[in-house]
Design a protein around this ligand. Structure first.
Ligand code: NAD
Ligand code: MG
Length: 384
């Protein structure tokens, strides 16, 4: 029998971070669309048991793990370089980057430079190195299609329309677990409180980012780089039900929004098929009455300072977005380890931004140096 992978219609997908929240969601979606896609490569950080299970089910020609522990998995590739190897794999024309944090940068750059589509969940890479990523797209002929639900929504609103017709983007934010909390109560918030997100089940880092609203800052910067709009035309509104995924306002004052029940399956599938759509049953039926009421409120900027810090870093440009991202990653790691409290996260980021604003940002090495320095700066906060 002919190898079904040889047919021209099926596209190979490398799933980086396949054992995480987005990675497992992506494999569910890919499992339903085996007529159009096959899994060409899988990578994970250290969950060898789940990776093994996934490899058995999807039979990719490449499996990579960053930290293998004591297990022997014959033909698996090991170490951090497996991400770039998977992204460059000849069977993969789409790279779904669902790695968390700056660790995903080189794989995004490599895939774009090789002319591939990057279905990007790993927003941190675009934040830390937006200009480099844009250069890699231009020089290599690759493209980024966002997986983040807000950016997928905006892309869906914009597809088929002229970019020059856009007046403003409005990103929605659930408000996270602490939306209604007073400032005094926020001072006492625990890790367990912060991990209890009201509408989304996600990995731990993005769940904490949603509690501080640093996630929304990352998303404003992400939108700036993806859609080329200046920061004063990108706004944020709190929408606790997470049903309207974002709004686009056009120059005539008309607003187009994209809606759906909160599920990452739809943006993952759209990132694979854009600009086409394929029939799918993954997302539960939309019932506007059941989902009512849909409400909107202003962001409490004073009580969630990470959002303002991130947008300021975006506006400042240079190394500041990379410093913001790395300081945030490090502060979130320290919070999850119980070494700082929730209210320490934003001041840690602010301290790093103040101290390191002048660092260089011209190339990958400079950005990695700014990233490392920001992490050191935040760590020093707990040792002094
Ligand atoms: P997660 O923690 O559940 O999964 C992360 C994955 O990356 C895992 O497979 C892990 O093995 C791998 N990984 C972690 N550190 C790594 C490293 N240093 N090197 C290589 N691989 C590593 O995270 P998630 O919630 O799936 O989020 C992944 C990305 O998608 C993040 O950038 C997040 O902001 C973004 N995102 C997530 C959601 C969501 O609903 N979960 C929504 C929008 C955007
Ligand atoms: Mg999002």
């Amino acid at each position: 029998m002919a190898d079904p992978r040889a047919t021209v219609t099926r596209r190979g997908v490398a799933v980086l971070g396949s054992t995480g929240s987005i990675g497992t969601t992506a494999l569910r979606v890919l499992g339903r669309h085996a007529d159009a896609f096959f899994v060409a490569a899988l990578t994970a950080h250290s969950n060898a048991a789940l990776l093994q299970e996934q490899a058995r089910e999807f039979e990719p020609s490449f499996v990579g793990i960053v930290q293998n522990g004591a297990d022997d998995h014959g033909d698996w590739r090991h170490g951090p370089s497996c991400l770039v190897e998977a992204a460059m794999h000849e069977d993969a024309s789409i790279v779904l980057n669902a790695v968390v944090g700056a660790a995903g940068l080189d794989a995004t750059l490599a895939a774009l430079a090789a002319g591939k589509r990057v279905a990007l969940a790993n927003k941190e890479t675009l934040v830390m190195a937006g200009a480099l990523v844009a250069d890699a797209c231009r020089l290599g002929g690759g493209e980024i299609v966002p997986v983040d639900s807000e950016h997928s929504a905006i892309l869906q609103c914009l597809t088929g329309r002229a970019g020059t017709d856009v007046r403003r983007l409005v990103l929605t934010a659930s408000g996270g677990p602490f939306r209604g909390w007073s400032r005094e109560r926020l001072e006492r918030a625990t890790v367990a409180d912060a991990l209890r997100h009201p509408t989304w089940r996600m990995g731990r880092k993005i769940t904490i980012d949603s509690a501080t609203l640093a996630n929304k800052a990352l998303e404003v910067i992400e939108a700036h780089f993806l859609f080329g709009l200046p920061y004063d035309r990108i706004e944020v509104v709190v929408h606790p039900q997470s049903v309207v995924h974002s709004f686009v306002e056009f120059v005539d004052g008309s607003i187009v929004a994209q809606m759906g029940v909160p599920s990452m399956e739809l943006p993952v599938l759209y990132a694979l098929t854009h600009p086409e759509r394929v029939p799918d049953t993954g997302v539960p039926p939309f019932d506007p009455i059941e989902l009512s009421p849909l409400t909107f409120e202003a962001v409490r900027m004073e009580d969630f300072p990470a959002l303002r810090l991130g947008v300021q870093a975006g506006r400042a440009g240079g190394c500041s977005p990379a410093v913001f991202n790395a300081a945030n990653e490090q502060a979130v790691a320290l919070f999850l380890e119980g070494r700082i409290v929730f209210a320490d996260i934003a001041p840690a980021i602010a301290g790093a931004l103040d101290a390191l604003a002048g660092m260089a940002s011209a190339d990958r090495e400079a950005l990695l140096a700014a990233d490392a320095e920001a992490r050191r700066h935040v760590n020093a906060m707990i040792t002094c």
